[in-house]
Design a protein around this ligand. Sequence first.
Ligand SMILES: NC(=O)c1ccc[n+]([C@@H]2O[C@H](COP(=O)([O-])OP(=O)(O)OC[C@H]3O[C@@H](n4cnc5c(N)ncnc54)[C@H](O)[C@@H]3O)[C@@H](O)[C@H]2O)c1
Length: 361
Amino acid sequence: MTVSKTIRVGIIGSGGIARAHAAAYKTMDHVEIAAVADVVPGKAQQFIDRDELKDAQPFEDHRELLALDLDGVSICTPNKAHHRTAVDALEAGKHVLLEKPMSVTLDEAIDMVQTSKRTGSMLSIGFQPRYDPNMDIVRNIVQSGRLGSVYYVETGGGRRRGMPGGTFISKELAGAGAMADIGCYSLDMALNALGYPKPLTVSAYTSNLFGTNPRYHREAERFDVEDFGVALVRLEGGIALNFKISWAMHMDTLGATMFLGSEGGLKVTPAGVGPWSGVWDGKVGSITLFHDLLGHHTESPIPVKEHSINLFHEKVRDFVAAIREGRGAPIPGEQILYNQAIIDGVLRSSELKREVEIALP
Ligand SMILES: NC(=O)c1ccc[n+]([C@@H]2O[C@H](COP(=O)([O-])OP(=O)(O)OC[C@H]3O[C@@H](n4cnc5c(N)ncnc54)[C@H](O)[C@@H]3O)[C@@H](O)[C@H]2O)c1
């Protein structure tokens, strides 16, 4: 009988989402959470005690954690610290599962990808909706050529009320608001279906009339990111992408994701009801193919796959499997670089009030 090698992992940043990483690692055999680091004194130890990670060592400085003999790390810090911690981890020879969004700026994302290439350590970005089988259905239809030449894609979505608080609403820690928090998921669904074409230019507008209003947000005085954004993005291959996202609005929906092609169209609606629904973050409501059949305008509903997959556990499990099998990153930083490039372009364009070019290496 072959005995599997124990994969030793560390967790950097021990706040809310780190608990989901720890819970996922704990479901796996031959995986040991060997260390936890958090800049807040005592927080890593509290995390270890509360989650009963009896073999884990606590640290305040992530570089001390990285000095240990570890195979991989989960990076669960606020966005602003993603770049430093990820680059240090890759340099230390650790594979990285980095929480979304990838980074705050495009330059940071480029640096991470280049470091991953140079060091040979894997950089995978934590978009768990990729593990929803419906994401594959959407991608397979778009990739099949059934839509003909895709020339227009609309994606994003809006919550009637769904603004987070804490570290998510400060430019200092998060870098960006709704775009980075939920917009990156919609972008990933659309770009993944299209095969991640290169973004070329962005013309965008953002605002934050809800977050900064104490009637709508109890931390309004420290809210300085965008709660709404809209952008027209030119993608390589002659595709126009209309991207919009909202954490709060006086409207029920910002519409479905749609792919328009010369031979067909595909509409994907978000799942769920209530003020926090309306965006793509792991479940779809319906998938419909629009096409002509013998001259008739036809709408074919594609059966949505109901499932009980724990998407979050799946992303952590796949990261561990990739380490064990020596394969590449399940959701490669190299690909998500384009997602980050659009968010970076949105923020630059909105600041400059004009279209901006996206410079990629
Ligand atoms: N995939 C998902 O579904 C999902 C859900 C929520 C959050 N996230 C992402 O996870 C990340 C963290 O979010 P959260 O809700 O856990 O935030 P959080 O504020 O609850 O936790 C972040 C923790 O990181 C610590 N920290 C900050 N800088 C650090 C550094 N340099 N080294 C070590 N620790 C550091 C903070 O003290 C804090 O304890 C964000 O990037 C967020 O976008 C992803």
